[in-house]
Write a protein that binds this ligand. Structure first.
Ligand SMILES: Cc1cc2nc3c(=O)[nH]c(=O)nc-3n(C[C@H](O)[C@H](O)[C@H](O)COP(=O)(O)O)c2cc1C
Length: 453
């Protein structure tokens, strides 16, 4: 196959425990050593980053069902380690792997988020990344003193300002502002300290941050929203975009649309890496992969599958409709607009019943699914890379750690053989490995700043 000379970027997506009853599966949810193992496997495979998805609520369906929901595959996602704390731990047992976690702008405050990611960037010597989300899980609201989930448009308005405050705080200290001069006793150079004094519609934050300039300038900022306001926010602020695209053509449209928006913010299209997700099931042969896939599909109950699509159905109770009938028209969702549209499109395009749609969606998490061999997967990744559909991929393991171990043992060498994936890390920071410049809004020290708008 012809190559364009470009190289793939790779994210290992963590959403444990997944199909935890499969042979070779470990939960990888509450056991730190299991997380260490996963990180070390990803680093052995020269992945750019390991990414922990997150939300801060246990769905009431699991404890209000009178025990009926306790054995659902989805109930297994009820417990997890707080991911920023986890990243700090993983930073000490890895050397080159980027470490990324979700933190929501809807139920956090910007000073704390700026401080925590700056700290992880220092602990890891420049390998931290923040997946900025506005929260797709409506159940978070009541854990943070809100009666209801904030409206979608308002969430994004808040997210825009949240980013400005966080990035402004990361610019508090110039590179050489902390001098610690033993001779004179001067600890800081106040001329190189910038007080933010931010006053806006949502936040009032004086600053400065009490953590020195992060090693990457700004830790990597990732995003995963695909709605109109989500794309605008990403075009202005993101270094990486995780996305769910299920056909080459849709992925090309998304890629062109998002990169096309960046010039308005004075940004180069190369400074944003778009990484669609792939839910992958590998086998030594097609039939072995298919067998594993069928095993996992068989695990899902109708009730569990329905629970996982219900959140995209607005206030319509999908359980009231015949399971073998078509998906009814849905009212708007306040949870995830682009995701809802994708689900409706899939149901209409393939004429799926509610039951079929729910099972498919539960397994795929809304992403492209590959069931097959390592070389088949490498073919697809190469095609998307060469046809402006992706800069890399977010690999969604169906369970942990075996599929990732197999990916590293079989797909990575195949990608390397084709010259589309690194044999060694290019740099020491996540930015360097992603091929992204040091980022700041100020001219700092001797480094050339990238104006990110
Ligand atoms: C790969 C991927 C990972 C995501 N991780 C999270 C997450 O950790 N927490 C969260 O609340 N939403 C997460 N989302 C959802 C998005 O942040 C976003 O809410 C969703 O795609 C809907 O965005 P939209 O309303 O702009 O379409 C993720 C989405 C994708 C594609």
């Amino acid at each position: 196959m012809q190559t364009s000379g470009r190289q793939l970027k790779l994210t290992a997506f963590c959403h444990p425990p997944g199909h935890w009853r499969m042979p070779g599966a470990s939960p990888t949810d509450m056991d730190f050593q299991e997380c260490v193992h996963l990180a070390q496997v990803a680093e052995r495979g020269k992945f750019d980053m390991l990414f922990f998805q997150d939300s801060a609520a246990v769905a009431p369906a699991f404890y209000l069902s009178g025990g009926k929901a306790e054995a659902l595959a989805e109930a297994a996602r009820c417990v997890r380690l707080e991911p920023l704390t986890l990243l700090a731990g993983l930073a000490t047992v890895t050397q080159r792997l980027g470490l990324v976690a979700t933190a929501t702008t809807t139920y956090n405050d910007p000073f704390s988020i700026a401080r925590k990611f700056a700290t992880i960037d220092h602990i890891s010597n420049g390998r931290a990344g923040w997946n900025l989300v506005t929260s797709q899980n409506v159940d978070e609201a009541q854990n943070f003193s809100a009666a209801q989930h904030l409206d979608h448009a308002l969430r994004y308005e808040r997210a825009q300002e949240f980013y400005d405050v966080v990035s402004g705080l990361w610019d508090s200290w110039e590179d050489d502002a902390i001098i610690r001069d033993r001779q004179t006793g001067r600890y800081i150079d106040p001329r190189k300290l910038h007080v933010l004094n931010h006053k806006g519609a949502h936040f009032s934050v004086r600053g400065p941050l009490n953590v020195a300039r992060p090693p990457q300038g700004y830790p990597i900022v990732a995003q995963a929203g695909s709605s109109e306001p989500g794309r605008e926010l990403a075009a202005r602020t993101a270094d990486v975009v995780f996305t769910a695209q299920i056909s080459l053509e849709e992925a090309q449209n998304f890629y062109a649309d998002l990169k096309g928006r960046m010039a308005r913010y004075g940004r180069s299209a190369d400074h944003l890496k778009i990484m669609p997700g792939i839910r992958y099931v590998l086998g030594a042969t097609e039939s072995e992969a298919k067998e594993r896939y069928e095993m996992m599909l068989a695990e899902a109950s109708d009730e569990g599958a329905l629970a996982s699509v219900q959140r995209l159905c607005g206030d319509l109770d999908i359980r009231r409709f015949p399971l073998d009938g078509p998906l009814p028209d849905l009212p708007p969702s306040n949870a995830a607009k682009a995701r809802q549209k994708m689900m409706i499109d899939l149901a209409r395009r393939e004429n799926l019943s509610i039951r079929q749609l729910a099972r498919r969606f539960t397994f795929s998490l809304g992403h492209l699914v590959h069931v097959g061999t390592a070389s088949g997967l490498a073919d697809m990744m190469q095609t998307w890379l060469d046809n402006d559909a992706a800069d890399g991929f977010t690999m969604l393991s169906p369970y942990y750690p075996k599929p990732l171990e197999e990916f590293v043992a079989t797909v990575i060498p195949e990608l390397q053989r084709r010259g589309i994936f690194r044999a060694e890390y290019e740099g020491t920071t996540l930015r360097e490995n992603l091929g992204l410049p040091f980022r700041t809004n100020r001219y700092v020290g001797l480094r050339k700043a990238v104006n990110s708008g």
